[in-house]
Every structure is written in structure tokens, then in C-alpha cells.
Design a protein around this ligand. Structure first.
Ligand code: PLP
Length: 457
């Protein structure tokens, strides 16, 4: 088999500024050991997120020139609406400036005290928006989904039994909707099978509940279904995506992921009354219904991006390049979530640095070392992001301690990734020297964005 190459040529480049270890030591200290405080120009390879970091195609840039900036009823909106409807089949398409704006609107309308929102795994902004409304968010991943060392085809799945048990426990009348995140971002970028989507639908039908898909990586998920689920081998990505959405009553979407753009998102649904309420919130908080916080040119770029993301050559390269990074790390015995997910590799920090207890944030320590050694920016997805405190102020650790290496779409080449592999190998070789960390200052919500850290003495 020949190397799977990038299905594009490079037309515009952006220079990378190289820093020395001494510079990075100072930079990291000034950033309070939190990668979110590091300036982008001080980063060599930026794997902080795959969100909004995609390289746009020549066709997307060209389409932006066509942006119709009319306040109401712009042609760009209708093009955007047409493409989103072609993929999702939903009746109402509401543009928002990004995914969390769609979530904010949805949970402002449906959330509130006494409401419960179950999911395979809520993403952090989804959970935050649910909790901000006064409602409660619950995750029901499957057992294998929580076991980084076990391989599985669809580790992003919902635990259907636990979901049903939960519905009976809190009462379907208190559950405005069930959510499915595809792929399951916080659960390791792992896909959800069509069968699992169908079974989730069946449970929702049984109790008269709505099902919404958090669709940020719907195309990557569709590609996994094509490759791994029987009966889908010959179906197109569009057909698979359409089937996925056909089981849902609506979706939230961050176009910053599989929309292949730098900003944008949408909320979509079939319910007339819910759509009316959401549009009213949209007008108050985002903008009129045909632009929702975006410029006409942004809507054009999303419409074009959503066409490109369905191309199989793109998805083949995309999934393979993430898998390549994972494969090389596994060959060096570096513990990661297996198999690799769609958009990121997750290092299992518990196995990487077993000498650091969760209370000392092993993931954060690895994040810092990757930056110090190679100027690589990654993010902790563990007790820094999801840890809570009990009544006595003792940390309740997250279920997993991970370091995420998110791969921006169409941005880095194989040699960039080879460099990343070399840096991780070296950190792993010297892993016993990794030190525990502590939080010096933090906010009560989404603390990982602004917390300040120091090393444990
Ligand atoms: C990124 C993301 C969101 C939030 O989208 P933003 O555009 O960052 O606001 C929601 N859910 C998932 C699964 C995501 O990956």
C-alpha cells in the first residue's frame, strides 16, 4: 500500500517562529503553566485544539468574495441553509457564531432548575451551558469508552441501559432532550455507531423524548461508520450523515470543526415551537435569523467547507494522519487511547506518569513538558478540566487523566507530525522526572481556560 498523501497542495504559507528552551521556560512561567495563556507566536506546533484552526481551501476563500452582507435574507444565508439542510434534513437552520452559542440558545429555552440532560459524554461547553441554566448534565459512556487500554470500534457509544435506567429514575418529564456527541470529543474522539444512534432513538421514542446530536465531527463519525460498521461500506459519506441525522430531532454544530472554517456554527431542529423560541433568543443574543452573529462571507465559507468535508479523499487522509501519529506512539509503548479517534490522539497520563497522583494533575505536567522540550502546545483533559471538589474541598478526580493532541485540519504535514512524535518519545523516556502540579488560582466554571498553576515542591 502506498503512502496516503495530503489531498491538496499548499498555496499560502504561514511562517513558524522557532524558540529556544530557555525562552520557553520563561514563556511558560509567565503563562502560569497554562497553555491557554501562551501566545501563539511562541508555539512551534499548535495542537491545543482542532477548533477553528482549519486551513481554508482556495474555493472557500473565493466563496467569501461572494458574501452577501445584507442584514436580512442574504443570498449567503440561503446557500448555507441549503447545504446544511441537504446534510441534516432539518426544517429550521439557525446560524450562530459558534457551537456554544447554539448550546446557549438551546439550553436557555429548554434548561433550568429540575431539568436533566443525559448524553454519551457532554463536551465541556455543553455541560457548562446546561449547568449555567440551572439544569444538570449526565454522561453515560459505555464501559469500554472509559478504558483507554481496550481497543474498540465505537468507543464513543452511549450506554443504552444506563440511559434508560436514568430516564426511569428522574422521570422523562424532566428530560427536555437526550444528547449524542459525535464523535465523542471528551471520550477520546471516538465514534458512535449507527446502531447506537438507532438504539438511542428507540429509547427516546419509548419515553417520548427528543434526541439532539452534537454534530461537531459528524463527517469524521460518518467515515468511521463507513469503515467499521457492516452495511455501510458502499454508502457515501453524505448518505451516512443523512441517516445519522434522520434519527434526531435537531442538532448543535460548531462549524469550527467539520465545517472547515475559523468561526461559525448552527442550531437546527424540526419542532416549530422550539424553533420559534430559539430564534427569539438568537435575535436577542446573536443577531437576526439569517446571519446569527456571522458575516455573509462566513456563511459562504461554511457552506463550501461542509461540501468539502464530505469528500472521501479528504476524510481518508484526515483519519489516516491522526492514526499515523497514534501508531507511532504505540510502537514506542507510549500509552494512548486506542484505537486513535478522529481528530486527536489522547495520551493516557495515568499510565504515562503513574507516580503523579490525580490530585497533582499528571496531564498538566506532561502538557508543560511537551511545550518546554518541543514548543508543542497541547491540553489536559482530565482533572484540571473536569475535576470537582467535595464539601470539604477535596478534589473529586475526573474519570480519566488525558493529554489531548488535537490535529488542526489541513494544516500540518507529515514531517511536522514526525517532529511531534520525536518530542513525545523523549518526554516519555524521561517520564520519571515529571513533577506534580497544583492550582494556584481558578474560576468556578470552565477553570482550565484561566487557572494558574505551579509545581508541587
Ligand atoms: C467545540 C465543541 C463544542 C463547542 O463549539 P465552539 O464552537 O467551540 O463553541 C461543542 N461540542 C463539541 C463536541 C465540540 O467539540
Amino acid at each position: 500500500m502506498k503512502t496516503i498523501i495530503e489531498p491538496f497542495k499548499i498555496k499560502t504559507v504561514e511562517a513558524i517562529r522557532f524558540t529556544t528552551r530557555e525562552e520557553r521556560e520563561r514563556i511558560l512561567k509567565d503563562a502560569f503553566y497554562n497553555p491557554f495563556f501562551i501566545h501563539a507566536r511562541d508555539v512551534i506546533i499548535d495542537l491545543l485544539t482542532d477548533s477553528g484552526t482549519s486551513a481554508m481551501s482556495a474555493e472557500q476563500w473565493a466563496s467569501m468574495m461572494r458574501g452577501d452582507e445584507a442584514y436580512a435574507g442574504s443570498q449567503s444565508f440561503f446557500r448555507f441553509e441549503r447545504v446544511v439542510r441537504k446534510i441534516t434534513g432539518f426544517k429550521y437552520i439557525i446560524p450562530t457564531h459558534q457551537g456554544r452559542a447554539a448550546e446557549k440558545i438551546l439550553f436557555t429555552v429548554l434548561g433550568g432548575e429540575g431539568k436533566y440532560f443525559p448524553s454519551n459524554t457532554h463536551f465541556d461547553t455543553t455541560r457548562a451551558n446546561i449547568e449555567f441554566s440551572g439544569a444538570e448534565a449526565y454522561d453515560f459512556p459505555t464501559e469500554v469508552g472509559l478504558r483507554p487500554e481496550i481497543k474498540g470500534d465505537f468507543k464513543g457509544n452511549m450506554d443504552i441501559e444506563k440511559l434508560e435506567q436514568f430516564i426511569k429514575e428522574v422521570g422523562p418529564e424532566n428530560i427536555p432532550l437526550v444528547m449524542l456527541t459525535v464523535t465523542n470529543n471528551s471520550g477520546g474522539g471516538q465514534p458512535v455507531s449507527m446502531q447506537n444512534i438507532r438504539e438511542t432513538r428507540q429509547v427516546c421514542d419509548k419515553y417520548g423524548l427528543k434526541l439532539f446530536i452534537d454534530a461537531c465531527r459528524f463527517a469524521e463519525n460518518a467515515y468511521f461508520i463507513k469503515k467499521r460498521e457492516s452495511g455501510y461500506e458502499t454508502r457515501s459519506i453524505l448518505e451516512i450523515a443523512r441517516e445519522m441525522f434522520s434519527y434526531a430531532d435537531g442538532c448543535t454544530m460548531s462549524a469550527k470543526k467539520d465545517g472547515l472554517v475559523n468561526i461559525g456554527g448552527f442550531l437546527a431542529m424540526n419542532d416549530d415551537e422550539l424553533a420559534m423560541k430559539c430564534r427569539n433568543v438568537l435575535i436577542v443574543t446573536e443577531g437576526f435569523t439569517t446571519y446569527g452573529g456571522l458575516a455573509g462571507r462566513d456563511l459562504e465559507a461554511i457552506a463550501q467547507g461542509l461540501e468539502e468535508v464530505l469528500e472521501e479523499d479528504y476524510l481518508k487522509y484526515r483519519i489516516r494522519s491522526v492514526e499515523y501519529l497514534g501508531e507511532k506512539l504505540v510502537e514506542s509503548d507510549i500509552p494512548i487511547i486506542e484505537p486513535p479517534g478522529g481528530h486527536a490522539i489522547y495520551i493516557d497520563a495515568k499510565r504515562f506518569a503513574p507516580h503523579i497522583p490525580p490530585e497533582q494533575y499528571p496531564g498538566q505536567s506532561i502538557v508543560c513538558e511537551l511545550y518546554l522540550l518541543g514548543g508543542i502546545r497541547t491540553v489536559e483533559i482530565g482533572s484540571v478540566m473536569f475535576g470537582k471538589y467535595d464539601k470539604n474541598g477535596k478534589l473529586i478526580p475526573a474519570k480519566m487523566e488525558l493529554v489531548r493532541l488535537a490535529i488542526p485540519r489541513r494544516v500540518y504535514t507529515q514531517s511536522h507530525i514526525d517532529y511531534v512524535i520525536e518530542v513525545i518519545q523523549e518526554v516519555y523516556k524521561n517520564r520519571k522526572k515529571l513533577r506534580g502540579m497544583k492550582i494556584i488560582e481558578e474560576a468556578s466554571i470552565l477553570r482550565h481556560f484561566t487557572a494558574k498553576f505551579g509545581y508541587v515542591d
